[in-house]
Ligand binder design. Structure first.
Ligand code: SAM
Length: 307
């Protein structure tokens, strides 16, 4: 497998005139062991269509391509998006046709932007050494997310993809260590908050190991962490996702307040908030950090109608 090391990453950036920007969270992985580890922990297979957000110079993309059916890579930087197929064709011509690059902002992509361009089915059969007719059809939309996410937008990107792509069954993302802790935090923990509850709406979320800052060029100021996500059904509720998330936002906007006070404007008055909480079986004196996602759903169901 041909991978990018420190020399190749710097040479490629220089050739393209790329000066990594903080604004786009451009820290490129220069360590083959790290990208191999990400692919291994992601547990992706030849049946997966993988969405990678922010492929950058291609460090992780090159490690993914031999292991999966397709990679749909979404990159916001036009120079990096244009160069990626060139790099992959030069370094791994055998697997280059498994790559589709989408030049877009991951926060704004729609499923239509992400449909894997699957090419000819017979070609695919050829690659997999089977008759086209014997093969299960490749999924249209990504089944797995594997990405070293741009740090400044990591949580909104993750939530956006989980929302718009029910086809995503699992994910393995690299984010800032502190964000990894927050995403995977259980109720009752000091760092449990909005990202923890919203991610739990979609998936079982776990920390999947630390990553030091030295595997990047340029090295960021903080360490990173891997987070694994396995899709699960949201709690059964008559409330919509938007209604549940509105309760979550209100509950954590004033973290130190009791829920009775924090939800007063959401419900109309403190008394109305108290009533909704009692009906939901939640102590009005509790705080948001003590509740699980199903509790927030029950509170949303009991929002007073006439305020
Ligand atoms: N995957 C590469 C690696 O591991 O070396 C690069 C990861 S770097 C942390 C983040 C990448 O995300 C950069 O290539 C950056 O240009 C891209 N990016 C930043 N914001 C983005 C957005 N909103 N949508 C898509 N790509 C974005």
């Amino acid at each position: 497998m041909s991978l990018l090391g420190p020399v190749e990453v710097r040479a490629l950036a220089e050739k393209l005139g790329i000066r990594p920007t903080k604004k786009l969270g451009q820290n490129f992985v220069i360590d083959g062991g790290t990208v191999r580890r990400i692919v291994r922990v992601a547990e992706v297979t030849r049946d997966d269509v993988v969405i990678e957000i922010g492929p950058g110079l291609g460090s992780l993309t090159l490690a993914l391509l031999p292991e999966v059916a397709r990679v749909v890579a979404v990159e916001i930087d036009p120079v990096l998006a244009a160069q990626l197929p060139v790099t992959v064709t030069e370094m791994d011509p055998e697997h280059a046709d498994r790559l589709s690059v989408v030049h877009a902002d991951a926060l704004k992509v729609t499923p239509d932007d992400l449909r894997a361009d699957r090419g000819d089915h017979a070609e695919d059969a050829d690659r997999r050494g089977a008759d086209a007719d014997d093969l299960p059809a490749l999924p249209d939309l990504p089944t797995a997310l594997v990405a070293n996410l741009p740090y400044n937008v990591s949580v909104p990107v993750l939530l956006h993809l989980l929302e718009i792509l029910p086809s995503l069954r699992r994910g393995l993302v690299m984010v800032q260590s502190e964000v990894a802790d927050r995403l995977a935090a259980p109720p009752g923990s000091r760092i449990y908050g909005v990202p923890s509850v919203k991610a739990a709406w979609y998936a079982d979320v776990r920390r999947a190991g630390p990553v030091g800052r030295n595997v990047f060029w340029p090295a960021p100021n903080v360490d990173s962490g891997l987070v694994s996500l396995v899709r699960r059904d949201p709690p059964e509720t008559s409330a919509t996702r938007e209604e549940v998330f509105a309760v979550v936002d209100a509950a954590f906007a004033q973290r130190r307040k009791t829920l009775r006070a924090a939800l007063a404007s959401w419900a109309g008055t403190p008394a109305a908030a108290e009533q909704a909480l009692v009906q939901a079986g939640v102590q009005p004196s509790a705080r948001g950090e003590q509740l699980g996602v199903a509790d927030f759903a029950r509170i949303a169901e009991n929002r007073p109608r006439h305020r």
